[in-house]
Design a protein around this ligand. Structure first.
Ligand SMILES: NC(=O)c1ccc[n+]([C@@H]2O[C@H](COP(=O)([O-])OP(=O)(O)OC[C@H]3O[C@@H](n4cnc5c(N)ncnc54)[C@H](OP(=O)(O)O)[C@@H]3O)[C@@H](O)[C@H]2O)c1
Length: 261
């Protein structure tokens, strides 16, 4: 037994059972950021359902504790580790908690913010905060995961971009900082894939369109989401659970799951 950053007892890594062996994730430690709600929370639940030992990060302690409790009630392994991914010290603490459970084998970077503002009214503070959380936060978490993955000779990373971070997709107004942060995440993922390849570390970016989450409801209440958090979570889990290496460095755009009505 070890301790999470909030002091609560957490379960330690357990031997893999024969039935677990059909899932690569089973018995492996997976850090999921942005796990307090939305896509991150759904991904934490899906990874735990595949047998992953999930470490959940977001700033809201109560939110990560509630998601972790839900996972445990469903029979999964979950450790809440509240952290602000834009802060290097928080990220170090998060990965120290994860290391107590076992070597980090998987990482999903879902933490992000979206604060809309017309370009001319985008303040340096808004710009900095968006880039610090969405891009630097992803960088800090990937960098923190790298040494354990390098030592193990394996590691799988999924970052989350957005359709709005892809050249020539339709853009919405007011999203300059957010869009640029997502272009950055896509580029970062490629760089990690290149440097990870000789060490068995794969990285892939998924770039959803509109997903039914608090972020979308706040940013664009009129936009009809074509994806649920569970849709995105099950794809991420399948990617982590599958032979990711040949696709490493790719960015997968996710369009609507809803057919014409
Ligand atoms: N929803 C969409 O339509 C859509 C489309 C394309 C891409 N995406 C991307 O999908 C990912 C998940 O978004 P979502 O829609 O699920 O958003 P959401 O519902 O707003 O959830 C975002 C999560 O990130 C956490 N977070 C925010 N800032 C953080 C920080 N500094 N440190 C740690 N955690 C932080 C939030 O918790 P705290 O505030 O408590 O920290 C929350 O748990 C994001 O990367 C987003 O850009 C979403």
């Amino acid at each position: 037994m070890s301790r999470s950053t909030d002091g609560s007892a957490v379960s330690t890594r357990e031997p893999r059972s024969a039935t677990d062996q059909r899932h690569w994730l089973a018995g492996r430690v997976a850090v999921v950021t942005g796990a307090g709600r939305g896509i991150g929370a759904a991904t934490a639940e899906a990874v735990a359902a595949a047998g992953g030992l999930v470490v959940l990060a977001a700033r809201d302690r109560a939110a990560v504790a509630a998601v972790a409790a839900r996972i445990r009630q469903a029979g999964g392994h979950a450790t809440p580790a509240p952290a602000d991914v834009s802060k290097a010290d928080d990220v170090s603490r998060l990965f120290a908690v994860a290391a107590e459970i076992g070597p980090v084998a998987a990482l999903v970077c879902a933490a992000a913010v979206l604060t809309a503002a017309p370009f001319a009214e985008t303040t340096p503070e808004l710009w900095d905060e968006t880039l610090r959380i969405n891009l630097t936060g992803t960088f800090l978490c990937c960098r923190a995961a790298f040494p354990a993955m390098h030592r193990a000779g394996e590691g799988r990373i999924v970052t989350i971009g957005s359709l709005s971070g892809i050249y020539a997709t339709e853009k919405f107004t007011g999203l300059a900082a957010y869009n640029v942060s997502k272009y950055g995440v896509i580029g970062l993922t490629e760089a990690i894939a290149v440097e990870g390849k000789p060490h068995g570390i794969s990285a892939i970016c998924v770039s959803p369109g509109a997903v039914d989450t608090e972020m979308l409801r706040r940013a664009n209440p009129d936009l009809r989401p074509g994806l649920t958090p569970a849709d995105v979570a099950s794809l991420i889990t399948a990617l982590l659970d599958g032979p990711l290496a040949p696709a490493s460095g790719a960015n997968i755009p996710l369009f609507s799951n809803v057919g014409p009505q």
